[in-house]
Design a binder for this molecule. Structure first.
Ligand code: FES
Ligand code: FES
Length: 153
């Protein structure tokens, strides 16, 4: 089986894997379980991570395609002691209900804020349109992203 060198959360990891294995499975196998398996079909956004700063669905990216990119998961965004502004805002706005979608929501929002520091509500909704929440937390998500970008949420 081939071996791949992956740059994940500023570290370099080597994994043995079939070339077409989804990055999602590799991440979870490495213990990075913040990234969730929802549908496995590119339809829910629960598996969203950053690849070179762009939000991607890790169930749709192979390990072979990931090896040249810098991958960031929720674990690489912030810590409990030093949360990313989005993580702090999601906590302050009590966004999660079951929490299954939350990691993917935050990663999509992080990609948005990297490109657009003060997005409008409609820009936030558009950036998060591929992230589904079965618990209906979308309104709180938008408020939290507004707050994290220094706007009234
Ligand atoms: S698990 Fe990847 S989009 Fe649903
Ligand atoms: S909080 Fe339950 S799926 Fe979003």
């Amino acid at each position: 089986m081939p071996r791949y060198r992956l740059r994940i959360n500023e570290g370099v990891l080597s994994v043995e894997s079939d070339a077409d294995k989804p990055l999602l499975y590799v991440l979870r196998g490495l213990g990075l379980t913040a990234t969730k398996f929802g549908c496995g079909l590119g339809q829910c956004g629960a598996c969203t991570v950053l690849a070179d700063g762009t939000a991607v669905q890790s169930c749709q990216m192979t390990v072979a395609d990931a090896q040249d990119k810098s991958i960031t998961t929720l674990e690489g965004l912030g810590t409990a002691a030093k949360p990313h502004p989005l993580q702090a805002a999601f906590i302050a706005h009590q966004v999660p209900q079951c929490g299954y979608c939350t990691s993917g929501m935050i990663m999509s929002a992080a990609a948005l804020l990297e490109k657009n520091r003060k997005p409008s509500e409609s820009e936030i909704r558009s950036a998060l349109e591929l992230n589904l929440c079965r618990c209906g937390s979308h309104t709180r998500v938008v408020s939290a992203v507004m707050a994290a970008s220094g706007q009234r949420g």
